[in-house]
Design a protein. Structure first.
Lengths: 214, 505
């Protein structure tokens, strides 16, 4: 899988500042796209499958930068945000960081600070991207399981023996063994430990199936 | 107002005096006077409109003497003393011959009395001259009694008559004043005389004083100067006629004006103080662009091959951003500047745009959308740019504050500038705040009326006084649906000129 060139978005309503920032970021070798407002950015829906980050001015004419951040979070977009502001106060900074901003810089922005912040944000983004890809793949695997196999998986992960699972589900132990082999096959794994890790990575993957009966 | 009263009192006194003298003249000497006009009509406040003429003549030319020289010095130097004695000595010396009434008729007389001497030069047995003298005496006496400084000058600008109030105002004895050029005491008169004399035209145009009254200073004997308002008018339509001058001490008004300017400046500065954060932001933006551009240029130059096109563009932007920063500074400096009022023709649209730029980031921080609706090709208005900026700034910031309790979608301010009828531009600042209680609509313009926790309540009252000084009007209304709108009007071009000249009259 060849590494896609990271993408940096700059949202600032001041044309000249935006131009200067995009120029600087471009000179550092990133792909960069400048946008004048939050709505322009949202209209772009820039959630491509490549590492990306957002350089966001707090004071925007339509939607305040902090509100845009909240909206992006609500949409589940895992786009690391570096805030830049002319007059940031502590409350603003705290709120932004709590909502997951990677950095909060004041204008005029020093090149070194900006590029470091971008690097951090992109690293975070590529990690998030990798994990998103991994989780996606696990979820795809989980989706292949039949409801019965999910039940078996749940009980196995609780540490039950085949015999216990069989009695719990009221089916033959031999059948459980078949199910179990299927699960391992479909989840593309060979060890119980790895199976536990995969399902853990995927969050709570078993909800679509019947609730496990005790 | 003081001037008006002064002129009215002066006018009435003249009328009374004249009527009285006229009746006497008529009863005793009707044939000589001829068909004297009896209807004495005049318009205030201009003295020159008085529909009568009286003329001051002196027997011989008065030699200019230097200030401080007394009549005694002149006697020693062989000249005849020419001073007019104060009222108490009025029987002894009369130099000025004042002939009154009879439009078109100029009385000339050579009669003269000298101090402590019997009348000389008076034609024997001339009863009419005696009466003439008596009338002159009445005139002089009337002048003496006036509670403000009145003096007459001849066509050389030399003082012929000066009343007691003049002497008191300037700190000179009356005898010291007589014979000196009036511009010694009121320097601005020099150009007045100099301009009038060579052409030989009517020596006394009214001196331009009002409107720019504070620029006219008079000098007391002790060297101190005070602001004065001077009305100078010819005593007749004759080219070489004498000039009657009324000098009013404007110190109080001047102080008042100063205080008002000071207050206006203070509120302007405090308004700017409120804006400090946002002004810093306005400066910060170009600085941000400059720094990033410069650093980008360094990177482009370090790369191989050098992208010269890009670097060239960056340099262009650097210059532009630098200009932009200077422009912000210039605007701030202009508003902080403490200066005299400067009336000039200016575009109200550009005033509105400048202010909108200053509050631009303040609006963004407050989440307010700002709309400018300026009619194209509005005529010029006459006014002081800084003060008009202050008016718009005040109204805008008030509108911003009025919307603090509103949710974001409602926060919008509209500034409209339109032509409103003949010769008027109307500016409206419309907010979508809570509006004003009906009883507040007028009261908000009164001093110390405020709805703000930290407000002094001076902003709108000063705003109003600025608008009114520019010949406009300001008022507030509630919008039909939501919020309030503040209107003000300003006269345009020709209309503004009329207002100005009216104010100067």
């Amino acid at each position: 899988m060849n590494e896609p060139i990271p993408m940096v978005f700059v949202v600032d309503d001041d044309d000249r500042v935006r131009r200067a920032l995009t120029r600087l970021i471009n000179s550092a070798g990133y792909r960069v796209e400048g946008l004048a407002s939050a709505s322009e950015f949202l209209a772009l829906r820039p959630f491509a499958d490549c590492p990306a980050c957002l350089i966001l001015d707090v004071a925007l004419p339509d939607l305040n930068g902090l509100d845009l951040q909240r909206e992006l979070n609500a949409m589940g977009a895992s786009l690391p945000i570096v805030f830049i502001t002319g007059h940031g106060d502590i409350a603003m900074t705290v709120r932004a960081m709590k909502e997951g901003a990677t950095d909060f810089l004041t204008k005029p922005v020093e090149e070194a600070d900006l590029l470091r912040a971008i690097e951090t944000a992109l690293l975070k983004s590529s990690q998030a991207l990798a994990s998103r890809i991994e989780i996606g793949s696990i979820q795809r695997r989980l989706a292949r399981l039949t409801p019965r196999e999910r039940e078996v998986l749940t009980l196995i992960l609780e540490g039950r023996l085949n015999k216990q699972v069989a009695s719990e589900l009221g089916i033959a132990e031999k059948t459980i063994k078949v199910h179990r082999a299927r699960v391992m096959e479909k989840m593309e794994t060979h060890s119980l430990v790895d199976l536990a890790r995969l399902t853990d990575r995927a969050g709570s993957p078993l909800s679509p199936g019947k609730p496990a009966v005790r | 107002m003081t001037i008006m009263y002064a002129v009215i009192v002066l006018g009435i006194l003249f009328v009374l005096l004249m009527t009285w003298c006229f009746q006497r003249t008529r009863s005793h000497h009707a044939p000589e006077v001829g068909d004297t006009k009896t209807d004495i009509a005049f318009e205030l406040p201009q003295l020159s409109h008085l529909n009568f003429s009286f003329l001051t003549r002196i027997g011989a030319s008065i030699k200019t003497r230097t200030l401080g020289e007394t009549p005694a010095d002149q006697i020693r130097s062989g000249e005849a003393p020419r001073s007019i004695e104060p009222l108490s000595q009025r029987q002894r010396s009369i130099h000025a011959r004042l002939a009154m009434f009879s439009p078109g008729i100029i009385r000339r007389t050579t009669a003269r009395r000298d101090c402590d001497k019997a009348p000389v030069g008076m034609p024997d047995g001339s009863e009419s001259t005696a009466r003439q003298l008596q009338r002159d005496e009445h005139f002089r006496r009337a002048l003496e009694l006036l509670p403000f400084a009145v003096l007459t000058t001849n066509r050389h600008g030399q003082i012929v008559l000066a009343n007691a109030a003049t002497s008191k105002l300037f700190g000179y004895a009356q005898r010291e004043l007589i014979g000196n050029r009036a511009d010694v005491f009121v320097p601005v008169l020099q150009t007045h005389f100099d301009a009038a004399l060579p052409a030989g035209i009517a020596a006394a145009r009214p001196v331009q004083t009002a409107g720019s009254a504070r620029d006219v200073f008079a000098r007391r004997k002790d060297g101190t100067e005070f602001p004065a308002e001077i009305t100078a008018n010819p005593l007749s339509s004759e080219a070489d006629s004498d000039t009657l001058m009324v000098i009013v001490d404007r110190t109080d008004q001047y102080e008042l004006l100063r205080n008002r300017q000071e207050l206006t400046h203070l509120t302007r500065v405090s308004t700017l103080g409120e804006l400090a954060g946002s002004l810093a932001h306005e400066l910060n933006q170009p600085l941000t662009a400059i720094l990033s551009n410069a650093q980008a240029a360094q990177r482009f130059l370090a790369a191989q091959p050098v992208n010269l096109a890009e670097v060239r563009e960056i340099l262009h932007d650097l210059v532009e951003d630098n200009r932009r920063a200077s422009e912000v500074l210039r605007k701030i400096r202009a508003l902080v500047k403490k200066g005299e009022l400067e009336a000039a023709a200016l575009s109200l649209a550009s005033v509105v745009r400048d202010v909108a730029l200053l509050v631009h980031s303040d609006a963004i921080v407050r989440g307010i959308r700002m709309y400018l609706k300026i009619a194209p090709e509005l005529p010029f208005v006459y006014g002081d740019r800084v003060q008009l900026e202050q008016v718009i700034l005040n109204l805008l910031l008030n509108a911003f504050e009025a919307m603090e309790s509103r949710t974001a979608p409602d926060r919008a301010v509209t500034i409209e500038a339109t032509l409103a009828g003949a010769g008027m531009i109307r500016v409206a600042v419309r907010d979508r705040g809570l509006g004003l209680a009906p009883d507040k609509l007028d009261r908000v313009f009164k001093p110390f009326v405020t709805s703000k926790r930290e407000g002094l309540g001076l902003g709108l009252s000063i705003t109003r006084s600025i608008v009114e000084r520019h010949g406009g009007r300001i008022w507030a209304e509630n919008n039909e649906d939501q919020g309030a709108v503040f209107y003000f009007t300003l006269p345009t071009g020709a209309a503004a000129e009329r207002t100005r000249s009216r104010q100067q009259a």
